[in-house]
Write a new protein. Structure first.
Length: 83
């Protein structure tokens, strides 16, 4: 039953890879990241890098991270105070 629902551990990695691949493809389509593939010997490597457009998102991501860290501190203080 778990396998049918896609919850079997062996399927989880495949689903996560598929989701991440879809998200990376969307980011490339929106020109936020670029993809570079190259060989080292017989090993294929893939690199993703922010484009110039993607780099304009860095201040927004930093601000969102700061907000999250501040919010986490507030929630922790409230939980400690209400014990």
């Amino acid at each position: 039953m778990l396998d049918y629902l896609g919850l079997c551990p062996r399927n989880k990695a495949v689903r996560i890879f598929s989701i991440r691949a879809n998200q990376l493809n969307e980011l490339m389509a929106d020109q936020i990241v670029s993809k570079r593939e190259y060989l080292t010997g017989k090993v294929k490597h893939t690199e993703y890098q922010l484009t110039d457009i993607g780099e304009t998102l860095i201040p927004i991501i930093v601000a969102l991270n700061d907000w999250g860290e501040n919010r986490l501190t507030q929630v922790t203080l409230v939980k400690t105070f209400n014990k």
